[in-house]
Design a protein. Structure first.
Length: 251
């Protein structure tokens, strides 16, 4: 798929990764960029077409699909992290994360798939995480939602292949955004993440491992659970102790 002259819709485009996606799409020649947010007045990027959108609200998702029938590239970026554990944390918070990070993305795909088919197939980018593959205390609900979103992405890729829609999963460790502000470690710049994802779309890639974190974590998947968890414990401990001097690949 050629980004030039594409019509893209970006969820969560008012800040962070979503804003970077919208900006790089414009800079790379997209014909139109729909920038969506729950509070559309917070979108401050010139040159985009702003739409209100709450991906956890099916009526809002349906309205966005009706307002943007010309979309050929869907960027599912919006998401939340509540810092909830699975056993002792609020079950309502776990459900809220699932409704946003997995069902919200799936709802977007279900509503926009007909438009993508009608516009030549197009492409979908699902912004996932290295935490698709590992959890941790205080973030296990997030891990659950990203693992579920990864499985969903793999499933819809098979279902949409017949209509010619590329489905690209984008994994990263940490990006330099508000969500990761408390982690004093190496982070990918939002613009670099957006470029890696868009390069992957143009190359027809099913998966983009955007940084060293995601590449190293995925490389450990053949380990046994005990080996994997021990390796991740060592890596995260070193990251916490040494700040941005140590990356997962060094442990």
């Amino acid at each position: 798929m050629d980004i030039t002259n594409s019509v893209a819709l970006v969820t969560g485009a008012n800040r962070g990764l979503g804003r970077a996606f919208a900006q790089r799409l414009l800079e790379r020649g997209a014909r139109k960029v729909y920038a969506t947010a729950r509070r559309p007045e917070t979108v401050d990027l010139p040159g985009v077409e702003v739409l209100p959108l709450d991906i956890a609200d099916p009526a809002s998702v349906r309205a966005a699909a009706e307002a943007a029938p010309d979309v050929s590239l869907l960027i599912n970026n919006a998401g939340i992290q509540t810092g909830t554990d699975l056993v002792t944390g609020s079950l309502d918070a776990v459900r809220h994360e699932l409704e946003t990070n997995m069902f919200g993305h799936l709802g977007m795909i279900r509503e926009f798939a007909p438009a993508l088919a009608g516009n030549g197939g197009g492409a979908i980018v699902n912004v996932l995480s290295a935490m698709s593959w590992f959890g941790g205390k205080g973030a296990n609900a997030y891990h659950l939602t990203k693992a579920a979103a990864w499985a969903m992405t793999n499933g819809i890729r098979l279902e949409l292949a017949e209509q010619g829609t590329l489905v690209t999963a984008v994994h990263l460790g940490l990006a330099d955004t508000d969500m990761a502000a408390g982690w004093p470690v190496a982070k990918i710049a939002p613009s670099d993440l957006a470029d890696a994802a868009l390069d992957g779309v143009e190359a027809g890639s099913a998966e983009v491992l955007a940084d060293q974190w995601s590449r190293d974590v995925k490389s450990r998947l053949p380990l046994t659970p005990e080996e994997f968890n021990a390796a991740m414990d060592r890596a995260l401990a070193s990251l916490t102790a040494a700040g941005d001097r140590v990356q997962i690949k060094d442990v």
